[in-house]
Design a protein around this ligand. Structure first.
Ligand SMILES: Cc1ncc(COP(=O)(O)O)c(C=O)c1O
Length: 489
């Protein structure tokens, strides 16, 4: 694996250049105690117990779980949505909510909806243990340490709570280390910009020549944050981008074989957010062996959902060691907030020294970091039934509709914007929250209903949803084009 070793060498050389320029940056965690101020007796015992033992876990769905999929919208919002009236959302705020008790009360009528459009795949957004971790985390993370992280991670916003979450995520992803970022968007931006920095650092201050640049091969349907990160690196003259047709390994192979640049990177979403299909991991691994590129995946939708222990799409395809950098978010299946980059210690050091969206943005609040840690522990190691449930729902949907979906993200491509909006309104009137996805999120004339399944949906929910869907979509007319599902109204 000569070229892969070259990547190790390039990263090391980049780090030495940064050191010489005095631009290497370190994390220096502020230590926040999680034991009581003056612990005595039992309280001390409790505080020094391994924290994971204090997480309350459940072995099946509980009533609280339903609030992850049952939502309400106000009557005025409902009417605006049904009549397609543009709204800035202010109809949802009552004068009373603003504390104006002198005003007349707002009419408080609400519509209950069943949510089939979120990314809270395991229903953790309403888990009481995670809520408790945010509010209390054993001993008042929120109450004692407050919400505001005070600064960016490199200044004073990084704490032992962030460190604990990073090491938990590194373990989950079977990587040496992990770097938390304010969001998944920031994590992708930081990674792409840092990749470009490798060529500019190695060029020692001059603009890298064409063959010295980093060649980034990017799937045509990658997430906006990857695209924007690459665009930024491109503007800096440090990378050249090659877009390959969605999941098309023949095209990728052709591009790789005709590229004479040595520093090659392939970046792909692992589970595509708008199409619900998987990147061809096994073929990517084969190509990586052939060309020695650095493989970067964005596992935003696979993390915690795929793989036996929730390690994500790479665990599912048993190729964790072939993925060099794994980006993820804590805002989807973890039901919290924030992004992360699981990688080697050297890559971490480089990204934390060069990734501007990491460096120049405030760290995640401590309660969020402690809640995300609780979520990671709960889903990865304890409440494994949640993963079973969500894949059961995928099977249920397949059986009810005959549509061969492969993940909890179901993309029913309708075509025109008007038709997609009409279908979404029909579902709204039937009590379902399913939004129409339109350009620029997806290409013109591929407007769709994006239905997402959750571990806290029941089979009965799916029966009701598919009955409503069948009144606006003809399942028999659905044809499979690549991995997408095209529907006819
Ligand atoms: C594939 C993918 N990557 C990255 C992100 C960004 O994550 P975050 O919402 O944490 O910024 C998203 C979220 O929409 C996503 O779908």
């Amino acid at each position: 694996m000569e070229v892969l070793n070259s990547w190790d060498q390039w990263v090391e050389e980049s780090l030495s250049k940064l050191e010489a320029l005095q631009l290497l940056r370190s994390l220096r965690p502020i230590y926040l105690r999680n034991e009581p101020q003056n612990p005595i007796g039992d309280e001390y015992q409790k505080a020094s117990k391994p924290i994971e033992d204090d997480f309350e876990v459940f072995d099946k769905m509980q009533p609280f779980d339903r609030s992850s999929v049952e939502v309400e919208i106000s009557e005025p919002t409902f009417l605006k949505w049904v009549h397609e009236v543009t709204s800035s959302g202010d109809e949802a705020v009552c004068r009373d909510d603003l504390g104006d008790h002198k005003s007349e009360s707002c009419p408080r009528r609400f519509k209950k909806l069943l949510l089939f459009s979120g990314n809270d795949y395991l229903g953790l957004s309403s888990h009481p243990t995670i809520g408790k971790a945010a509010a209390k985390f054993q001993n008042q993370a929120a109450q004692e340490h407050g919400m505001g992280p005070r600064g960016s991670a490199l200044i004073c916003g990084y704490t032992n709570y962030h460190g604990m979450l990073e090491s938990c995520l590194a373990d989950l992803k079977k990587k040496e280390d992990c770097l938390l970022c304010p969001t998944g968007f920031a994590a992708n931006m930081a990674t792409m910009v840092t990749l470009g920095n490798v060529s500019s650092l190695l060029a020692s201050g001059r603009k890298p020549l064409q063959h010295e640049r980093v060649a980034i091969f990017s799937d045509a349907l990658n997430h906006a944050s990857i695209i924007d990160g690459i665009r930024l690196a491109e503007r800096q003259g440090s990378v050249e981008v090659f877009i390959y047709r969605h999941c098309n390994m023949t095209h990728l192979n052709a591009l790789l074989s005709s590229c004479t640049m040595r520093k090659k990177v392939v970046v792909t979403d692992s589970l595509f957010s708008m199409d619900g299909d998987f990147a061809p991991m096994i073929e990517l691994v084969k190509l990586r062996k052939k060309y020695g590129f650095l493989l970067v995946i964005d596992d935003a939708h696979g993390t915690f959902v795929c793989g036996k222990s929730g390690g994500g799409v790479a665990e599912e395809f048993n190729c964790e060691k072939d993925v060099d950098i794994c980006i993820g978010t804590l805002s989807k299946a973890a039901g919290c907030h924030g992004g992360f980059i699981a990688c080697s210690k050297k890559w971490k050091q480089l990204i934390q020294s060069r990734g501007r969206s990491f460096i120049f943005s405030t760290a995640s609040p401590v309660p969020i970091a402690s809640a995300a840690h609780a979520a990671a522990v709960i889903v990865a190691r304890k409440e494994t039934w949640r993963r079973r449930e969500i894949w059961d729902r995928v099977r249920d949907f397949r059986a009810l509709t005959g549509i061969p979906i492969s993940s909890p993200i179901i993309s029913l491509i309708i075509g025109s914007e008007d038709k997609a909006l009409e279908a979404s309104r029909h579902l709204l009137r039937s009590g379902f929250h399913v939004t129409a996805i339109r350009p620029p999120t997806v290409p013109p004339n591929s407007c769709r209903l994006r239905v997402t399944l959750c571990a806290t949906h029941t089979r009965d929910d799916l029966k009701r949803l598919t009955a409503a869907l069948s009144r606006c979509i003809n399942f028999q007319d659905i044809s499979i084009n690549g991995s997408n599902v095209y529907a006819r109204m």
